[in-house]
Design a protein around this ligand. Structure first.
Ligand code: NAD
Length: 373
């Protein structure tokens, strides 16, 4: 593709120990009264919140530590009201994709009226940029710190819709891989597999361009070479490389979205309570095989770098990789029954399914699900 465009307004600071630059970030965004959005328990438990308070001494810090995994409309609206009530002038999201997305939505709602539900249901659209927003990831998976995507769970619809107005790109992404060290094995594995899925989807997407494909290529390579070590050894090099894999795929995805795998994950997360990355990855080997014929030549360089002979070997490698990471590989193990599959297929089709290299129908999804039941 020779004709393409790319947009990335987020300023990036990436590096081990850079969390201590938070005061500079706040000053750059002219924050005086800060609304901190983070996950339940974790920031307090690991002492990150204490460090943050220390770095921001002299400024007012209002803490909203109530974000659950896959944040809901109710949580976002509650946080947005508290931010307004406290008249904060800057929002910081600190945590995994759940906290970062919730923070994005809360910042947006400071200058756009109504509930986040109205935006998710397309009754309103974002008209103006929200409060300045700094995103600090503590997982290596979603890349949400560099995307406009704001994924919020809609309980009455049993869905995870997203909005992505360009105004929702964070102003600053502060990526300090050291913050991810406290992730337990399972969270490192699940979030890292999310990064791998994003990278693979970005690499084969029909929406791709030379820049997104370069980022996705690096993302796949980094994740395949470093995730196991980041889970088991937690050595500095692999931890940094996983933060980079997540970050690069976030930049790539910010412009072209995903393809067929991410929408399939949503019913699995909502109905069976499966972590986002695991819910994506369970489909990865089967969708690689489904796409095989159409991606073989595109994957040639990647296969060579990974020392693999063909696409089937890539799918096998991902499969054995998932086994080592103790990721679920059969839908039945999650509680999915044969009779649930048509419903999953119906709700697992999203806008981005159309960007899969091989057209994918509901019937195809049913067949894919049967192979991994
Ligand atoms: P998460 O944010 O839900 O976090 C998973 C768990 O890990 C939580 O319990 C959290 O408290 C904990 N945790 C986070 N960091 C930790 C750390 N350093 N140490 C110990 N525990 C830690 O998981 P996630 O996979 O990062 O985010 C998933 C969410 O992001 C989903 O809602 C998904 O749809 C969304 N998402 C958003 C984008 C985007 O671009 N906006 C992209 C992909 C996914």
């Amino acid at each position: 593709m020779e004709d393409w465009k790319f947009y990335m307004p987020t300023k990036i600071r990436f590096g081990w120990g850079r969390f201590q630059e938070i005061r500079q970030v706040v000053d750059e965004l002219k924050g005086k009264k800060i609304f901190l959005v983070t996950s339940k328990h974790f920031a307090k438990k690991y002492g990150i919140l204490d460090k943050l308070s220390d770095f921001l001494k002299g400024l007012t810090l209002v803490v909203f530590a109530e974000v659950e995994e896959n944040p809901t409309i109710e949580t976002v609206d509650r946080g947005a009201s508290q931010c307004k009530l406290n008249q904060c002038d800057l929002v910081i999201g600190l945590g995994g994709g759940s906290a970062l997305d919730a923070g994005k939505a809360m910042a947006m709602l400071q200058r756009n009226p109504g509930s986040i539900r109205e935006y998710l249901d397309q009754e309103r659209t974002c008209q103006v940029k929200g409060l300045p927003y700094a995103a600090i990831p503590t997982t290596s998976g979603t890349g949400s710190e560099v995307t406009p995507f704001t994924v919020i769970t809609h309980p009455t619809k049993k869905a995870k819709p997203a909005i992505a107005p360009p105004e929702n790109f964070p102003d600053i992404a502060l990526v300090d891989p050291e913050l991810t060290l406290s992730m337990p094995f399972e969270v490192t594995a699940s979030t890292g597999l999310d990064a791998l899925c994003q990278a693979v989807e970005g690499f084969w997407s029909t929406q791709g361009n030379p820049l997104t494909r370069s980022l996705a290529f690096q993302g796949i390579k980094l994740a395949m070479e470093n995730l196991e070590s980041a889970c088991v050894k937690k050595d500095r090099e692999s931890v940094i490389n996983m933060a980079l894999a997540s970050h690069l795929t976030g930049i790539e995805m910010s412009n072209i979205g995903n393809t067929s795998i991410h929408p399939l994950s949503y019913p699995i997360t909502i109905d069976y309570g499966v972590a986002h990355g695991f819910a994506c990855a369970i489909f990865l080997p089967a969708v690689v095989r489904f796409n095989a014929r159409l991606i073989e030549s595109q994957f040639r360089d990647l296969l060579r770098v990974l020392n693999l002979s063909n696409i089937e070997a890539f799918a096998d490698k991902v499969d054995s990789f998932m086994e080592k990471l103790r990721a679920p590989r059969r839908l039945s193990k999650l509680g999915v029954k044969q009779e649930d599959i048509p419903g999953i297929a119906k709700r697992g089709v999203g806008r981005s399914t159309a960007w899969n290299p091989r057209p994918m129908t509901e019937e195809d999804i049913i067949q894919i699900c049967k192979t991994i039941l």
